[in-house]
Design a protein around this ligand. Structure first.
Ligand SMILES: O=C(O)[C@H](CS(=O)(=O)O)OP(=O)(O)O
Length: 236
């Protein structure tokens, strides 16, 4: 198994094999929270207009996400895992548009043999899901691309790069260093905005959820349906 770590939108575009697009802060943590609360599936889109059009067409009933981290006017939810954890979403189809995470999924959809949306909350389950495929005899030589999406898919960020390294440890059979992963991210420059009352869209509760490594026992698998990326929980 060959594991490649790459970054940002360009990395997502060139990713091949089994691909994990990583967005810890916050898109795929939010997606995981919604699945833990019974959401059926999440349709991931690139643009706000596409998200509204899908809702208007009846493809989904809730539209969520952000621009520059801030909830889009007219969306039902922003990109906050904490807010998602307060929402009733049982059985719902959700449409998600974010600045990094869903952009990466759309960019990777064409080149990926198998696609996952990754975050720390789902890291062990994602590694199990990837290993189940990557080590299957029929799928050699296996390549796994881990793509850290960063800020808006344009600027590398600690949490996504560190999540990629943590996933590589798990994929290569090492336990990783859960406390060190948390500590290193918490020492970084992006943490202050979660605690800044002036940055209202970054809820302090988001940080606790995003850094709760292995909180959920499912991976988030993305498949193409009607030409669109659709995410569902996958349990191994
Ligand atoms: O809402 C977020 O936390 C980010 C905003 S940005 O990428 O830093 O502009 O979106 P996400 O797609 O969850 O990284």
């Amino acid at each position: 198994m060959q594991i490649v770590i790459d970054s940002l939108l360009e990395g997502a575009r060139r990713a091949t094999g089994t691909v994990v697009v990583i967005d810890v802060f916050r898109a795929f943590t939010t997606a995981a929270v919604l699945f833990s609360r019974g959401a059926e599936k999440i349709v991931m889109t690139e643009t706000v207009d596409a998200a509204f059009a899908l809702r208007d067409a009846g493809v989904g009933s809730l539209v969520i996400g952000e621009i520059d981290g801030v909830k889009v006017p007219g969306f039902d939810l922003g990109n906050s895992p904490f807010e998602a954890s307060q929402r009733e979403v049982e059985g719902r189809t959700i449409i998600q548009r974010t600045s990094a995470g869903t952009q990466g999924i759309v960019a990777a959809l064409g080149g990926a043999d198998r696609l996952y949306a990754g975050a720390l909350v789902t890291a062990p389950a994602t590694a199990r899901a990837v290993l189940a495929v990557a080590t299957a005899p029929a799928v050699a030589p296996a390549r796994v691309s881990l793509v850290a999406m960063g800020r808006a898919g344009r600027e590398r960020t600690d949490e996504d790069e560190i999540c990629a390294i943590h996933l590589r440890n798990l994929l290569e059979g090492r336990p990783g260093a859960v406390a060190a992963v948390r500590d290193l991210i918490l020492a970084g420059g992006q943490i202050a905005e979660f605690r800044d009352p002036e940055v209202a869209h970054m809820h302090p509760g988001d940080l606790d959820i995003c850094l709760d490594i292995g909180r959920y026992d499912f991976a988030i698998r993305v498949t193409r349906e009607d030409g669109r990326p659709v995410a569902r929980p996958e349990r191994m």
